[in-house]
Design a binder for this molecule. Structure first.
Ligand code: ATP
Ligand code: LTN
Length: 337
């Protein structure tokens, strides 16, 4: 117990905005599992974030349960880590309101993700999409997280988190832990689209051949890798600038086999792209098969999933409430107790 109290806190989340991709897995979820032994981990299904782009309500509900099951199937242990659904803990929205009052519109309008998503969803550029980073800041600061494992695309949001934590602490006195991002050093922090290796693999891509999801079956996975865009040369070599498609496939191969990039290149010396793509597909399909099976088993046991969500949101709410009360006191809200 004493040890547990001393361990640093770690927070991260994934949006249930579609089928989870191997990019989310390599860049984020896999690291969530690895870090469980070293930190007190808190992981959320970020449904409040997901509605910043239009979601079909039935699909959102299904994706939320599926993501919960996937977290557990990937190895997040609800006995060790706190696992919950963001909308079940009201403090996330409450802290967002307070932090909005110390955030400047310019800080949000220049965010790369806001610009990208506004361009992609030009018919639905809403205030939530713009405020998305402040909600993310609240997620992190509520738990006094010291470390936040994310993919490269979230780096800017982590910088805002640090800025707002420091700004609040300066204005009102020490309140928040200023967190550090945990971003992989290698290319796994940014897995690229199979259809266009200049763009990141994204679960909301309109082209389903651009990504491999954690629930794709073996045939689908192999077909998608076979179609992956590469260059016209035929040497399997890691050179992200020159050969972005092949380098991305090498990254994926490396992530699923644990072999270094150099070793992975050696595995395919003298072989053509056809053999290489097939091998990547097989390695990925074989690694995902047991995760898919475990996810399906968990999804058949809704009672268990519900009990995990309930216990998780109760623990999360308790921790979050402690920080929120402190914030309310610091900003001068009259105590209702
Ligand atoms: P969306 O397309 O709906 O915006 P997304 O696929 O970008 O979603 P998120 O839920 O926003 O996924 O991200 C979950 C986690 O996965 C984050 O830590 C993010 O940095 C990471 N991640 C997302 N895409 C990739 C990728 N292509 N490579 C590595 N990590 C990624
Ligand atoms: N915005 C994140 C998901 C997310 C998150 C967080 C990640 C929501 N809240 C807090 C880390 C910490 C994304 O990956 N797109």
């Amino acid at each position: 117990m004493e040890n547990q109290e001393r361990a640093q806190k770690l927070f991260s989340a994934v949006q249930p905005s579609g089928a989870i991709t191997i990019g989310n897995y390599i860049g984020a979820i896999r690291n969530f599992v690895k870090l469980q032994g070293e930190y007190d981990c808190i992981y959320a299904v970020a449904d409040l974030h997901a509605i910043t782009v239009r979601q079909d309500p039935a699909a959102l509900r299904r994706n939320t349960l599926e993501l919960m099951a996937l977290f557990i199937a990937c190895g997040i242990d609800p006995e060790k880590s706190v696992l919950f659904v963001q909308s079940h803990v009201p403090a996330h929205c409450e802290l967002t309101w307070v932090l909005n009052t110390i955030t400047y519109p310019g800080e949000l309008s220049r965010m790369t993700q806001f610009k990208d998503k506004s361009a992609r969803h030009a018919d639905n550029v809403n205030m939530g999409l713009m405020d998305y980073p402040v909600l993310m800041v609240s997620d992190i600061l509520l738990y006094q997280a010291a470390l936040v494992p994310v993919g490269e695309d979230q780096k800017q949001h982590l910088e805002l988190t640090r800025d707002l934590a420091i700004r609040f602490n300066n204005r009102y006195g020490a309140t928040f832990t200023v967190p550090e991002p945990y971003i992989l050093k290698d290319s796994g922090a940014r897995v690229m689209s199979l259809a266009d290796p200049s763009r990141k693999m994204s679960k909301s891509d309109e082209n389903p051949n651009a990504f491999v999801t954690m629930s794709d079956d073996k045939d689908t996975i192999i077909r998608k890798f076979k179609r992956a865009v590469t260059d016209s040369d035929s040497v399997v070599r890691y050179a992200p600038e020159e050969k972005p498609g092949i380098s991305n496939l090498l990254t994926i191969y490396h992530a699923f086999t644990g072999k270094s990039l150099a070793e992975s290149e050696r595995d395919f010396a003298g072989k053509g792209y056809g053999d290489f793509k097939l091998a990547v597909g097989e390695v990925v399909a074989d690694a995902l098969a047991p995760i898919r099976a475990e996810q399906a088993r968990l999804l058949a046991d809704k009672e268990y999933l519900r009990s995990v969500m309930k216990a998780g949101s109760e623990s999360a709410a308790r921790m979050a409430r402690r920080t929120l009360s402190k914030v309310y006191r610091k900003v001068g809200f009259y105590s209702g107790e």
